[in-house]
Design a protein around this ligand. Structure first.
Ligand code: ANZ
Ligand code: ZN
Length: 858
């Protein structure tokens, strides 16, 4: 026997598949369609192991679907616009396009080495005009139908680099390159009206049966539907502005002890007019973060304006008005009533500023009006200390207060959404140019359709910070398409999330003259199975769902939900290694020079380690004196130096062993720790299978146990692949291989080996093709049909029965529990031992007790 020559087999079969265009979609007219999609990669430069895991899973499903008779669409492309290309341009002076296309070429070659069943004829890159030009057309459709608008909105402004920064470029409040304190600046920006679809996007989650619950919950929270009461507090003169607040807990209204407004609320502005302290406090708030997450964690700070308002249900109660840093201007009305006993933020605030904390919902038998402790009570209970609400449940009290407010005219029940419109403007070069022109006379004018795509200029300079489109000498200067006077192009480009919001539609249909052909796209969509990282659980998936619904709304595509099935896979992790030292200013870590200020870990990559006398030591001369410690198993990251590059693995073990490791070692939704021992074991197993497949071992006769084991594997592995439980499928392959190895030669065993070739074909496609050819089958296993499992063989509750001749035990048989009398009699009569015992004598009578025994009276 030979070793499986993976390197040779990989290359050979990959080129056979490519030449035959084996995985071209749309080639099986009339067959059921299956659209399998993995989230397309950003062309960062190299494939990482997370990609390998992601694409292997999708590939197994795609290949399996082909074998079960489907017309499969399994495409690949590149999410090719974005910041890193521009950073490379700034740092290395390469053009973003050159950088991106070189990365795509390198990564495409790497992906091909994995042996993916991809229809490469549909490959697309979002940075190419034949993609983004169509996106511009869709943007104009949205614009025409009122789904796009412009408004002033705050951006992060780096005053040194004179440029707008993406949120990720702001690190601890400072610009990532300049280190300057980032300012908020108001700019007119483009928005997509995703909020028009809030209700639909929320309700639609209910239909997504094949989505993980946790993702649906994250989306629901992001959309954030809150029902409650919006009402106004009347001012106490001389203060003269009523303050509208939104509350989801109107039942707690008698527990209100203050009102708080956001720093940019008009009431705060009014306070600043007369009070320098108020103005200073507002500035302080603005310096802090403004995202909801930042507000959550910040210390709660307030400023007492001295204004007072009147409680709507008891005019004798007056409440102080504060400016508070935890109130968001963008949510609700930008003002809240503070109920310290039943809201943690309000309680923290009240304790800090000495405000009343009044209990209004009983906590078990606690009913005292004075609330003690520092933990707000948010549970159920009966209303107390609340006049006419006393004794009611929380829900009844909510309805009662809303009804009163509505009948007395001081408030109304309302729904408030957390979801904001999608700001799509980026002041960047490497993105889809927003296809409009600003004319002094006509205003915003869409670029005429016949002038699309609006191409990015090639000759741009990245030496000066800021938006290269804006400072380009000629690009933006055009004549107005309407009146012909001098005008300027929009220089913002689209958020790259726009590019990934419809690429799955373009994969399904890619005509030259329009973004997609409706009928063709509808024939494939929705994507049957979408696979990707949970980091996209919110934004990407929400934007793609919105974009699809927007197209439906425009009558362009009759698909409500783009992804019928979603799977979020776990990460690939790896051990970390380090030496511990002490660091001071003059340290040279590369030289291993540490001194006495701060203890520090100096991370080592596996390549920097060697085994010596059973110990790990650093293969870096300067660090040889230090003990290498094994750190935690963590997500692969450059900083911890625990990244494993998959490409050398293809050379050492071949694609199939790598694929096998990706599938078998952990449940797909869990993290997968990469280990050398694990990949070694996979390589050994691939060779074990190869020995089975290659051996010329034909036997005669049936072996029912092998037949059963084979049938169980066929049915079980099919179910596991459909359920994306690849590790279970891998375990079943192991088990069938064991059974076959132990079995004596028989025709059943030969069939089992052939069947096993089919079963591993989706997972180990190169090995399977090689075996298919070695076993002299025609064509490709990739085109073969998934084997059938005889249902009769699947009955796995078997029993052992006794076979007697004239009351004496002569044999035992393992049979299906529900075998009929006739089957049992036939099996007993066919047993070689019984045949021998009877020695030709004809039985007088056969007594069958199903599930127990067969007694032959001779
Ligand atoms: C009084 C109250 C009492 C509240 C209580 C909660 C508990 P969700 O459910 O997330 O929508 N709120 C309203 N507008 C706000 C804003 N602009 N910035 C910060 N907080 C704001 O949250 C709604 C609740 O968050 C509202 O209900 C309000 O506080 C606060 F025991 O009103 B509540
Ligand atoms: Zn004009």
């Amino acid at each position: 026997t030979t070793r499986f020559n993976a390197l040779d087999a990989d290359a050979r079969w990959q080129s056979v598949w490519a030449e035959r265009e084996s995985f071209r979609a749309g080639t099986r007219p009339g067959a059921p369609k299956a659209y399998v999609l993995e989230m397309f990669p950003y062309p960062s430069g190299r494939i990482h192991i997370g990609h390998v895991r992601n694409y292997t899973m999708g590939d197994v499903l795609a290949r399996y679907k082909r074998m079960t008779g489907h017309d499969v669409l399994h495409p690949m492309g590149w999410d090719a616009f974005g910041m890193p290309a521009e950073n490379a341009a700034m740092e290395k002076g390469v053009h973003p396009g050159d950088w991106t296309r070189a990365n795509i070429a390198a990564m495409r070659a790497q992906l091909k080495r994995l042996g993916l069943a991809i229809d490469w004829s549909r490959e697309l890159a979002t940075c190419e005009p034949d993609y983004y030009g169509h996106e511009q057309a869709l943007f104009l459709d949205f614009l025409a139908s009122g789904l796009v608008y412009r408004k002033l909105s705050a951006v992060n402004w780096d005053p040194v680099d004179m440029t707008v920064l993406a949120n990720e470029q702001v690190i601890d409040g400072r610009g990532w390159r300049s280190g300057a304190l980032v300012e908020k600046k108001q700019l007119s920006q483009w928005f997509l009206k995703i909020t028009d679809f809030a209700e639909e996007l929320l309700d639609g989650l209910g239909e997504l049966e094949h989505w993980p619950d946790k993702v649906k919950l994250m989306q629901a929270n992001w959309i954030g539907k809150s029902q409650g009461l919006q009402f106004s507090f009347a001012p106490v003169a001389p203060f003269d502005q009523p303050i509208a607040v939104f509350s989801t807990r109107p039942d707690t209204i008698f527990g209100a002890s203050f009102v708080a407004v956001a720093a940019d609320h008009p009431v705060a502005q009014a306070a600043a007019v007369t009070s320098a302290d108020a103005a200073a406090f507002i500035e302080l708030c603005k310096a802090g973060g403004t995202t909801a997450a930042e507000l959550e964690t910040q210390e709660k700070l307030g400023f007492d304006t001295g204004f007072e308002v009147i409680h709507p249900l008891d005019a004798a109660i007056r409440l102080p008005v504060y400016i508070a840093n935890f109130v968001l201007m963008e949510y609700g009305t930008g003002a809240v009533m503070g109920v310290p006993a039943h809201d943690q933020r309000d309680l923290d605030f009240a304790r800090k500023y000495g405000l009343e904390v009044r209990r209004v919902v009983a906590d078990n038998d606690l009913t005292d009006a004075v609330f003690v402790g520092d933990e707000a009570y948010t549970g159920p209970g009966a209303l107390v200390n609340s006049g006419f609400l006393d004794g009611m449940t929380v829900d009844a009290a909510k309805s009662e207060v809303i009804a009163r407010a509505e009948s007395e005219g001081w408030g109304a029940g309302t729904t408030v959404w957390r979801l904001r419109d999608w700001g799509v403007s980026r002041q960047r070069y490497w993105g889809t140019p927003i296809p409009v022109i600003h004319c002094g006379a006509c205003g915003v004018v869409p670029v005429p359709r016949d002038q699309l795509p609006v191409l990015l200029p090639e000759n741009v300079d990245f030496k000066t910070p800021g938006n290269p489109l804006d400072r380009h000498p000629t690009w933006k200067h055009v004549d107005c398409p309407q009146c012909g006077t001098a005008a300027v192009r929009e220089t913002d480009t689209l958020d790259t999330f726009a590019d990934s919001s419809w690429y799955f539609i373009r994969f399904a249909s890619q005509p030259d003259d329009q973004p997609f052909d409706r009928t063709e796209a509808e024939s494939w969509l929705p994507v049957g199975q979408y696979i990707g990282g949970v980091e996209h659980a919110i934004l990407h998936l929400l934007y793609a769902r919105f974009w699809t619904r927007a197209l439906k709304h425009l009558g362009k595509l009759d698909i409500a939900e783009p992804f019928a099935g979603l799977f979020t896979q776990g990460m690939v992790t790896h051990e970390t290694y380090y030496v511990e030292g002490i660091r001071h200013d003059g340290d040279d870590l590369e030289q291993g020079i540490f001194d006495n200020a701060v203890p520090t870990k100096f991370w080592l990559s596996p390549a920097e380690l060697i085994q010596k006398d059973g110990r790990l030591i650093a293969n870096v001369a300067a660090l040889a004196a230090y003990e290498v410690k094994v750190g935690r198993v963590e997500k692969m990251s450059k900083s911890k130096k625990n990244v494993i590059d998959p490409e050398p693995m293809f050379d050492t073990y071949g694609a199939d062993a790598v694929r096998w490791f990706m599938l078998g070692d952990s449940p797909p939704e869990r993290d997968l720790p990469w280990t050398e021992a694990g990949i070694e074991a996979c390589w050994k197993f691939v060779n074990r299978l190869w020995r089975l497949f290659e051996a010329e071992q034909s036997g005669a006769g049936a072996d029912i146990e092998i037949d059963r084991a084979t049938a169980r594997a066929v049915a079980g592995i099919a179910a596991d692949i459909e359920a994306l439980q690849f590790n279970k499928a891998v375990a079943k392959v192991h088990s069938l291989a064991n059974t076959i190895e132990k079995a004596a030669p028989s025709a059943s065993r030969d069939t089992a080996i052939d069947t096993l070739v089919h079963l591993v074909a989706p997972m180990l496609p190169h090995l399977a093709e090689e075996a298919w050819a070695a076993r002299r089958h025609d064509g490709l296993v990739a085109d073969a049909a998934w084997p059938d499992a005889d249902p009769a063989l699947l009955v796995d509750d078997s029993v052992t029965i006794a076979v007697q001749v004239n009351g004496k035990l002569r044999d035992t048989l393992t049979v299906a529990k529900d075998s009929s009398r006739d089957d049992l009699e036939a099996l007993a009569m066919a047993s070689p031992r019984i045949v021998a015992t009877l020695a030709g004598a004809a039985p007088k009578k056969v007594i069958v007790v199903p599930g127990r025994l067969v007694n032959i009276v001779a």
